[in-house]
Design a protein around this ligand. Sequence first.
Ligand code: FAD
Ligand code: 2HG
Ligand code: ZN
Length: 510
Amino acid sequence: MLARHLLSRRAKFIHWNAARLYSEGVRQLNTVGEEDLAHFAKILPESCILSTLPPKPTATNDELAPYNTDWMGKYVGQASTVLKPKTTQQVSEIVKWCWERRIGIVPQGGNTGLVGGGVPLKDELLLNLGGMNKVRSFDPVSGVLVADAGCILEALSEHIAPHHHIMPLDLGAKGSCMIGGNVATNAGGLRLLRYGSLHGTVLGLEVVLPDGTILNQLSTLRKDNTGYDLKQLFIGSEGTLGIITGVSILTAAEPQATNNIILALPSFDNVQPLYTKVKRHLSEIMSAFEYFDRASYDLAIKHGHGKALSAEDVEGAECFVLVETSGGKREHDEQKLDELLETLMEAEEPLINTGVLSSSPAQFASLWAIREGITESISKEGKPYKYDLSVPIHAFKDVVDITREHLRSKGLLREDAVKQVMGFGHIGDGNLHLNIVADRFTPEIQAALEPFIYELVASYKGSVSAEHGVGVMKAHALHYSKDATSRALMKRIKDLFDERGIMNPGKVLE
Ligand code: FAD
Ligand code: 2HG
Ligand code: ZN
């Protein structure tokens, strides 16, 4: 289970950046009052309403803090009321009321988002989907799974495992994030290289629109070519167009054999040629190619994620690559991996120093734990500034180094300011996770990082969000990745669905 140490703490201030981004829209919306609570009590049982509002509060501020505070402890809202509906009908009735009353709503899943999208900017109503956690159906022949939006990703994996199927996505937050949140953020993760994005695997959605209407597009068909594919609009819409209540998704047949290997590289310059070589050599069995620099590795090990490689294996390593294979026959895949390792080690100018091949399920999990544990270890080390970027693979290291130098030149690379600058991510998807670990979140560091990083990304014609989304963090930076025509169309789509602006106000679009 994902550690939620940050959520248990009551954050003491509203992060200045979020405060700066209060949009006009949020200011004009109404807040939840006594009359609203009385109405919600007609829709939901008392146990599904958490509110600090008088005259009869059902929760304390401390009890609401985990809902109001994001996973990083960076964005903090002030919702007085959290509703936890159990059915689509209940969601619809709540939303209809909010539409009439012009009350802002923030849909929330597992609250593992990393761009401040799932917590209120101010005191909007928090609608947490965690109570909607039933699997509706699973067809082991087609592999189509239909589930409530509040199902936890890991629980869904466990549900289909006995039928020899796996979810098409996997991420470090799997123990807490929910399938509705995954779809709302168009989460990428560790399996995208093999199974593609949710834009391909999601077959249908059930969505409560901002006026309370239920849009039933919960199709289980793989092919349906009848006009506009409306569900695509909600994938990655981050709760700004409606509330996803049900998801139909194509799961994959469980591979007969999985292996993994960590390769230690003397230089980042070897990553790109290595990727080309590994891809060609492993061809159809390669299922992941993940990158992490030395600082990321050291931090994961320091905080107990995975077992450290031997001192000999890590000596002289500037960075690492984790390669996973998923195939049909263990002996065949192992032979391919052994041959790959041999070829790599015996080359005249080896691209790697060494490789550590897992030889048991426990070792397989331990190698993955290093990569998957980086995010948590960063949060244990300090306060994270996260940039989730699409840039050319060859630029991964430059982006990290340039950022580090920039912070150094500003005098901010010190033990009591920025402790570390590190890079890791999904090489196969061209997705770099640039993380800056600071002692505290401060306006000074923030001003040094932005727009500096966004301009750097734009110079590579990259994207300011490869997979985490825009949320509140990047609403003001959308123009770096979307031109004026695209932004104007996005705004028109938003207005078409939500002309009153109640759905996750201030997120994605300013
Ligand atoms: P939340 O955080 O609750 O919400 C995220 C956004 O979706 C918010 O804007 C919210 O309003 C909206 N939303 C949530 N549920 C609904 C709904 N039912 N209907 C409409 N809108 C909704 N992301 C990746 O892409 N790849 C990764 O590899 C990855 N790894 C992570 C590892 C860790 C340790 C952590 C903490 C996060 C990681 N993330 C990753 C980020 C995060 O986007 C995902 O964890 C996940 O998709 C968010 O799901 P959630 O249920 O927690 O959503
Ligand atoms: C990952 O790939 C996640 O591990 C989180 O997307 C990235 O912490 C981050 O910056
Ligand atoms: Zn990622």
